[in-house]
Design a protein around this ligand. Structure first.
Ligand code: UDX
Length: 484
């Protein structure tokens, strides 16, 4: 036991098996490692296999982060079971019912102790939506911190779902999606029905999403504290609302920038390594190197969103007709069941050759940091928003699902950092918005984006809000682990 206590505290991090959460938890794992903790990053086998295929994770952490070990666990589904987009609820259900026991067995065995070179796990950081991790932690007496990688503004709506139902505002009484929502404290002046999380449109109280997220509000406050990838200066009104239910918050973001800064200080590599589930096409950086400052709009709809062939055509014509230069990520699975490359109209091919560049997956953080990029047309995944905010890039928002409908409203109405085109995908609207963002209202948007970017940078400096919250988190983990 004494020998054990001389070793650093050992923290297990368990992200939700999706690109966004995996990305940010990789960053958190590395940051905690730099603070002298031993970390086990627990990934589902499916996610781990994809990372091995597309990144250098197996060699990278052996050299750079000795305190970080990666372990895998089954998500309970067959290897070839579809896990993308709409199938994710099946993954979630399987994690809840089948992975729970495996998780408990793992924590109560010596499997994670690396032959005595690590203490037993003294603290768990798990995605707040994986409520079973809190059950297991309680059963075996290990403290748990919940972490949420979606936006706090959407999480707050999840917290308020019971209120929304009690007030009679949900399910909606008619089809008017522009009707204001009044029962969510702090958002009364700008939130409409159409800005609620996408699944609210089903209008069905029995919908599995509604039931899951309603319960989830309570799950998040079961841990010792709740970690959020945001910073006080961006989200303070919403964070203050959340503190009424969940008092111990740790807003420690933007995590990607926090890690980048740490890597620079440690003189390791200023470019943080990829945890992409697709292979990055770096030729787009060469293309950007040949463009003028602020002249390119970067277009990417994240790792899950898909579009129909009709939507693809409207977006593409809108972009080409705007006359602006564009870099567009179209993932191999972006247009399900369609081989879009075989039927590209000649005028689009020509316009793209002149002013555009398309890749299957980009090194997004590097793209957004590039001086040639002057705007970002995004699906409003939370990581994408934070990456854009940090680099001071104004946004056009085309939300796809979940928190993205809420985030896009905040981008336009609360932070005033861009334009929300939710529920439309018409070439004329795309053309107008791209011109507005990149030309007509460019200065106005850039000024606000630069201001928010400065705040994001300052919060990571010594004494800044996220810097101090991170220090507090490490201190709390150490003292809780010592008591286990
Ligand atoms: C999912 C949900 O869709 C989102 O709503 C939630 O906020 C987080 O989980 P995802 O579609 O993965 O998000 O979007 P996002 O959160 O933006 O994460 C995508 C990540 O992939 C970003 O970190 C981005 O930098 C990276 N990315 C994206 C690339 O590295 N290359 C690309 O070409 C596109």
């Amino acid at each position: 036991m004494e020998e054990q206590q001389s070793l650093p505290p050992h923290v297990l991090i368990f992200p939700l098996p999706l690109q966004g959460p995996v990305n940010s938890m990789f960053k958190l794992a590395q940051l905690l490692c730099y603070s002298g903790l031993h970390i086990t990053l627990l990934l589902t086998e499916n996610i781990y296999n994809r990372l091995v295929l597309h990144t250098d994770i197996t060699s990278r952490f052996d050299h750079q982060f000795h305190g970080l070990q990666i372990k895998t666990i089954s998500d309970g589904l067959h290897d070839d079971h579809p896990r993308e987009g709409s199938k994710f609820m099946e993954v979630f259900e399987s994690l809840r019912t089948k992975t729970k026991m495996l998780f408990k067995d793992m924590l109560t065995s010596d499997l994670l102790c690396d032959g005595g070179r690590r203490r037993r796990v003294g603290c768990i950081i798990a995605d707040g939506i994986l409520g079973f991790t809190c059950d297991v932690a309680e059963e075996i007496g290990v403290p748990v911190f919940c972490v949420r990688t979606i936006s706090p503004c959407c999480l707050w709506i999840f917290f308020c779902l019971p209120k929304l139902i009690e007030s009679g505002e949900y399910p909606f009484k008619d089809d008017d999606l522009d009707e204001p929502i009044r029962s969510i404290p702090g958002t009364e002046t700008f939130l409409r029905r159409r800005d609620l999380p996408g699944f609210c449109r089903s209008g069905d109280l029995e919908d599995s999403n509604i039931q899951l997220f309603e319960i989830e509000g309570q799950e998040n406050s079961r841990g010792y504290g709740l970690l959020l990838n945001t910073f006080e200066e961006l989200d303070s009104p919403i964070l203050n609302q959340m503190r009424t239910i969940c008092p111990n918050l740790y807003p420690i973001g933007p995590l990607h920038a926090n890690l980048k800064k740490k890597l620079t200080i440690e003189n390791t590599s200023s470019r943080s390594s990829s945890s992409s589930l697709w292979t990055e096409d770096r030729t787009c950086i060469d293309w950007l190197n040949n463009q003028l400052p602020n002249s390119v709009i970067y277009v990417s709809f994240g790792s899950v969103a898909t579009m129909t062939n009709e939507q693809l055509m409207e977006f593409w014509y809108g972009l080409v007709n705007s006359g602006q230069r564009f870099l567009w990520v179209i993932r191999p699975d972006s247009i399900p069941g369609e081989d879009w490359k075989t039927k590209i109209p000649a005028d689009l091919a020509m316009g793209t050759k002149e002013r555009g560049y398309i890749v299957g997956w980009a090194p997004q953080e590097e793209v957004l940091a590039h001086p040639a990029v002057g705007g970002f047309w995004t699906h409003c995944g939370w990581n994408s928003i934070l990456e854009s905010v940090y680099e001071g890039k104004p946004m056009i928002c085309w939300p796809y699902f979940l928190d993205q409908q809420v985030n896009s409203r905040f981008v336009e109405k609360v932070w005033e950092l861009g334009l929300d085109m939710k529920d439309t995908c018409d070439r004329e609207i795309v053309e107008k918005m791209v011109k507005d963002l990149m030309v007509v209202r460019k200065d106005e948007f850039l000024e606000r984006a630069n201001h928010m970017s400065k705040l994001a940078k300052n919060c990571l400096m010594e004494g800044g809000s996220s810097y101090s919250n991170f220090e507090r988190l490490v201190k709390d983990i150490k003292s809780l682990s010592d008591k286990v």
